[in-house]
Design a protein. Structure first.
Length: 169
């Protein structure tokens, strides 16, 4: 009884030793081609906060060791937007962009800071500025939510009569 079971086990083992690799190679040989990656949908990119089109007035800002490219757009007298991206990969997690109506003095986030959005990698992000940004200068604060600290900050001039970029502080 045991001998017949051992013999059957040995035969099944030899059969599977050749059958499994043969099935693997047949499966690899007849696998379908990978379809090409399609172009992203502009509507989805816009809803996610990415900027599919860029303004012509991009300005490079050096804030500490980190470089940014920003662009300001005045859509109407009361509505303006900011397009921002990091030039280099960001080495802090969960970076949020805040606007404050004055320049910050110490490296802490003011209580009245307004959240504009988040930075993701080196992609351009589109953020709507508050109406106060059209009439008075303020600062952009890049804040690391995970570390609970200010990553960097720079001043942003008012959009009244100014189509130029920002000044680093």
């Amino acid at each position: 009884m045991i001998r017949t079971r051992r013999l059957m086990h040995r035969q099944m083992f030899l059969l599977l030793a050749f059958l499994i690799p043969a099935l693997l190679f047949v499966g690899l040989a007849f696998r379908p081609d990978v379809p090409p990656v399609s172009k992203p949908d502009i509507t989805l990119l816009t809803k996610a906060g990415f900027a599919p089109t860029l303004p012509g007035n991009l300005t490079r800002i050096q804030a500490g060791e980190q470089g940014f490219e920003i662009g300001l757009e005045a859509k109407s007298p009361m509505t303006s937007s900011l397009i921002i991206r990091s030039v280099n990969p960001l080495l802090k997690p969960d970076l949020l962009v805040y606007w404050v109506p004055e320049s910050i003095q110490n490296h802490s986030l003011p209580e009245h800071a307004l959240l504009l959005g988040e930075l993701m990698g080196t992609s351009f992000r589109h953020m709507t500025l508050p109406t106060a940004a059209t009439t008075e200068p303020g600062s952009l604060v890049i804040y690391s939510l995970a570390h609970q600290e200010v990553f960097t900050h720079f001043t942003l001039p008012s959009l009244v009569g100014s189509e130029k970029g920002a000044h680093a502080s």
